[in-house]
Structure formats: structure tokens, C-alpha cells
Design a protein around this ligand. Structure first.
Ligand SMILES: [Zn+2]
Length: 312
């Protein structure tokens, strides 16, 4: 696949496309150009070749990388961290306290992903390289990390999508790296002037109340930018909070109905997708738009997480 060039989002922050699942504009890797070069998210291991190529394009050598921050340890965010770290001799991996031990010993992560992805696992995720404890840096709620003379990143514990999820506040751009906490952005629709943001409710720690709380917390911070794990950035955070909160309620209500009817996640996924389709039709998006290949995947995984939540 032809690799997309890194995008300079602002003076200090660049975005590399990880070509996760062989899709463009799906999973992003951010590079913060401060004194201590800092990467946020790695995507899965098959993305690491794209990360290295992107860093090269930006004129950054691997030994300049000081921090590799992962918002949470799901494989599409942190699966490639061990592989990348092997080639960045001066870097540490920064992780949520609840995620650290799974990066040191990924056996449970691997078992979990194999259960979901079956025989596609190897192609999508291997190799998953364990990380030595000495190279892990744990950040709790409120902790800071100085990466330049005028930049101290701050970590916020933001469960909702997963319990091992933090978000990272960048005071210089007044922006937040949100991983999957406040939803997914669909840049495929932007050329059509449609800005769609949907919640990511994947298994198996999804918690709608915590997700609503995280959204409220960010709203109170009056951020200027959100940097999404999927994909890119926006300077209209209020639109994100509005859409994700309201879709979250729709998702949970639909899930309750399907759960009571004792139907499977496929039925719920089809229901969620048809609601999104209806909404997009109203905005002039045709049913054969390329965005549907991603939406289909996302509604399936979200449906699994919703039913998993209700079953507990
Ligand atoms: Zn994700």
C-alpha cells in the first residue's frame, strides 16, 4: 500500500497514518515535536513499518524518541509498542497503572484478542513483543511529564472505553489525546462536509456512566483540540461531546432492547448501523460511501461491547 505522508497538524504535532487493518485514516500515531520527542499511540505491530517511515519523513531518528505513550493497551493502540521500543534505545513506554503488567506480559492480551479475531490474529497483530518493566513508566491521575522547556503533559484517568485508559492533556495546544474515550472520528466524510463522531463501546470494560463522566470532564476543560486514536483531530470539541453523548444513549437503549429479546450481537450491530445510515442519508451520504467499510466494523465491535456490559 502506498504510504500517506505524515500530516503536520500544528507547529508541534504531526500525525502518521498507521494503515491499521490496511485501512487509511483509521488509526493514527501522533508525534510531538518537543525537546524530548514523544509519540502517542503506536497502533498494532504491522503498523510499525509505517511509523518508522513516517518518522524518517519528519527527519526524526529512532534514537531521538524519548517517550512512547499509549492511551490504553488495546492492540490497535499499543500492540506495536514493544516492537517499536526495540528500535528506540532511549525511549520509555508510558502507560496507565492498570495496563503496565499486560505490556510486560502480554499473554492475556493475546488470548483476549485471539478470542475475538480467531485465525486473523497473526496477520493483524503479530509479533507482540513484551516490554521490560524497567522501560515502563506508569502515570497516575494528575501526574505530569515534562517533554520540553514549556511543555508538561498531564495525565487524566479516563475510563469508559477501558479501565486502563488515560487521556493526555497538552497545555501548549490546549488539546487532549483521547484514545477511544470520547469516540471515533470519521475523516472519510469530511470531504462531504459531514462531521461524524461515534462512541467506541468495545468489549470488555465498556462503562457508559464512566464514558459520560469523561466527556463531561473534558467539556469543563474548554479544550481547543481533540486528538483521536481514530482518526486525526478536530477543533470543534463541543460537537464531539454532543454527538458522542447522544449516540451513546441511543446505543445503550438499542442494546437493552436486543438484550431483553435475547438476540445476538449481529442483530444489534445491524440495528446500530441502520440508525447511523439513516442519519447519514439525511445528510446526503449515499449508502455505498467508502465510510461504510469502517462503520460496519465499528458497529460490530461496539455491539459486542454493549451486550457484554449488559450481561454483567
Ligand atoms: Zn481503538
Amino acid at each position: 500500500m502506498q504510504q500517506l505522508k505524515p500530516i503536520q497538524l500544528n507547529e508541534r504535532i504531526c500525525l502518521i497514518d498507521g494503515h491499521d487493518l490496511d485501512m487509511t485514516e483509521r488509526t493514527g500515531i501522533f508525534v510531538i515535536l518537543e525537546e524530548e520527542i514523544t509519540i502517542v499511540e503506536t497502533s498494532a505491530s504491522p503498523s510499525i513499518k509505517y511509523v518508522k517511515e513516517g518518522l524518517k519523513d519528519l527527519g526524526i531518528s529512532l534514537d531521538e524518541v524519548k517517550y512512547i505513550i499509549v492511551t490504553h493497551i488495546h492492540l490497535d493502540h499499543a500492540g506495536g509498542a514493544g516492537l517499536l521500543l526495540k528500535e528506540c534505545p532511549n525511549a520509555k513506554v508510558v502507560v496507565h497503572p492498570k495496563g503496565a503488567r499486560h505490556l510486560a506480559d502480554p499473554s492475556r492480551l493475546i488470548a483476549g484478542a485471539k478470542a475475538v479475531y480467531g485465525d486473523k490474529f497473526a496477520e493483524l497483530f503479530e509479533p507482540i513483543v513484551p516490554i521490560d518493566n524497567e522501560r515502563l513508566l506508569i502515570k497516575n491521575e494528575g501526574d505530569k511529564l515534562r517533554i520540553g522547556p514549556n511543555c508538561q503533559l498531564e495525565f487524566l484517568d479516563t475510563p469508559g472505553h477501558a479501565k486502563h485508559h488515560f487521556s493526555i492533556f497538552d497545555p501548549v495546544s490546549n488539546g487532549m489525546f483521547t484514545g477511544d474515550t470520547v469516540g471515533v472520528r470519521y475523516p472519510q466524510l469530511v470531504p462531504d462536509n459531514v462531521h461524524l463522531f461515534l462512541p467506541s463501546t468495545s468489549p470488555n470494560q465498556f462503562d457508559p456512566d464512566a464514558m459520560h463522566q469523561a466527556i463531561d470532564r473534558m467539556q469543563n476543560m474548554e479544550l481547543d483540540s481533540i486528538y483521536f486514536g481514530h482518526y486525526g483531530t478536530t477543533n470543534m470539541p463541543d460537537e464531539v461531546y454532543r454527538q458522542v453523548s447522544s449516540w451513546l444513549e441511543v446505543y445503550v437503549n438499542e442494546a437493552k432492547t436486543i438484550y431483553i429479546e435475547q438476540q445476538g450481537y449481529e442483530v444489534l450491530a445491524e440495528r446500530l448501523l441502520s440508525l447511523v445510515r439513516e442519519h447519514l442519508r439525511g445528510l446526503g451520504i449515499s449508502d455505498d460511501h467508502e465510510v461504510y467499510s469502517i462503520l460496519q466494523l465499528d458497529t460490530e465491535v461496539s455491539a459486542m461491547g454493549l451486550l457484554d456490559y449488559l450481561s454483567k
